[in-house]
Ligand binder design. Structure first.
Ligand code: AMP
Ligand code: MG
Length: 405
């Protein structure tokens, strides 16, 4: 029996745990999910320092002309205390000398030999960066479940961290099914077809940070399918397309069943892609997607992306949406939960005019989709839709209702 999209996603989330961890140099951790909290071991900045090239002064000397016989550069250690009637020239990043109350930027003073004329008013603490104002010793600055990006690497480097514990890459194996299929690097006869789903699935998984393996094309026989499954079985995720509907040679689910797959769902109330199924053989998660390219893509975006996000250990693993308006009137059949591909240009979402389940070309044109509820039959130009991004994401830590009603 077909279950709802929401139920299917919940089953995936509940049955998926994060992959194991590994330790990597921070430079090699880009895109990985952090596996433990990182706590600051010292203040950043580590000491009070100057935010400007200028003069270290006392506030009481405002409006006066004071002596200046010393310069402090970034990296220096201050040797003298600042006394009233004196200034110390100081560069950005240099430590604040004892007794200094403010920094006056160079452009605000007048120089006469080794004397400087200070402005009429000087605010206490001006242009001083205080120890720990950026990161306080003892606080977590990077959290378990966050994705490493260039800025997390900056944080880690600023704390002198060389290695980080992250989730390992998810291993994804993919094969296509269908006697008519040939790989894109082979010659094909009339009535045969290039397998476009398998390279697409692999590329998308790679885009999502997985380690991918191309298994091949299975013929439409239980034996051939079982060979492919056996070759893929050591993976975290096995993805297939085709052979899951009502055809005489649709043996995919049967073959997986014979090899011990525990099926969690075998049909979803969604158009296109109702026969999408999900289950497990031991620890390997299996998603059998439909053969029709666009149908497989839509269900990949909804279910496989959710599975990968959860397995990656990311806190933000739920689909998130952007509310925008539809670019033109859109007529729907209604009666079913329906995924509709389209293009979001930053202002509105335009559904693609041609998008049939067996097509390949619309997928390339889409950067978002909406999923409409069965009661919705018409969307007037300008009405609000919730788009789910494709190829970029708005993943959230909390569940969101992503249906356009
Ligand atoms: P099936 O689900 O096996 O009945 O396949 C449905 C349709 O999708 C048929 O027209 C297949 O030829 C086509 N198809 C199946 N697998 C692929 C694939 N890997 N790449 C492109 N088209 C496919
Ligand atoms: Mg087939």
């Amino acid at each position: 029996m077909a279950i709802s999209i929401t139920e299917a996603l919940d089953i995936i989330y509940q049955n998926t745990s994060a992959v194991s961890t590994e330790i990597l140099p921070i430079e090699a951790s880009l895109g990985r999910i952090v596996a433990e909290d990182y706590i600051a071991k010292f203040d950043l900045p580590g000491f009070d320092n100057s935010a400007m090239d200028g003069y270290a002064v006392k506030c009481a000397d405002a409006g006066k002309t004071v002596d200046c016989n010393e310069v402090l550069y970034a990296g220096d250690t201050p040797k003298t205390n600042l006394k009233q009637g004196c200034a110390i020239k100081i560069m950005t990043g240099a430590p604040i000398p004892e007794g200094c109350e403010a920094i006056v930027p160079i452009e605000k003073i007048k120089i006469r030999g080794n004397q400087v004329m200070l402005p009429a008013s000087i605010e206490n603490g001006a242009h001083i960066r205080h120890a720990g104002e950026d990161i306080k010793n003892g606080i977590p600055y990077l959290h378990k479940g966050e994705k490493v990006n260039a800025y997390s690497i900056a944080l880690l480097a600023s704390q002198g961290v060389t290695h980080i514990m992250v989730r390992r890459k998810i291993k994804v194996s993919v094969f296509g099914t269908g006697d008519e299929l040939r790989s894109h690097f082979e010659k094909i006869a009339p009535h045969q077809l290039y397998n476009s789903n398998t390279p697409m699935f692999l590329a998308r998984a790679e885009e999502l940070g997985c380690e991918v393996r191309y298994i091949g094309n299975s013929g439409d026989s239980i034996d051939s399918l079982k060979k492919m499954i056996a070759a893929a079985i050591d993976s975290d995720i096995i993805l297939t397309s085709g052979g899951v509907s009502m055809g005489d040679k649709d043996f995919t689910k049967e073959a997986f069943g014979e090899l011990g797959m525990k099926t969690h769902f075998s049909q979803v109330e969604i158009k296109p892609g109702k026969p999408t199924s999900y289950g497990k053989i031991k620890e390997s998660a299996i998603v059998n997607l439909p053969g029709n390219p666009l149908a497989s893509m839509v269900n990949y975006e909804i279910f496989v992306c959710a599975l990968i996000a959860k397995m990656s250990g990311a806190n933000a693993h739920y689909h998130g949406t952007i509310s925008t308006q539809i670019a033109h009137d859109y007529q729907l059949r209604g009666g079913k939960y329906t995924a509709c591909l389209g293009y979001f240009d930053g202002t509105s979402f335009a559904p693609l005019s041609q998008q049939l389940p067996g097509m390949v070309s619309p997928m390339h044109k889409a950067n978002a989709m909406i999923i409409t509820t069965p009661n919705l039959k018409f969307l007037q130009k300008g009405s609000t839709v919730k788009i789910i991004p494709i190829g970029w994401n708005m993943h959230r830590c909390q569940k969101e209702d992503f249906f356009t009603k």
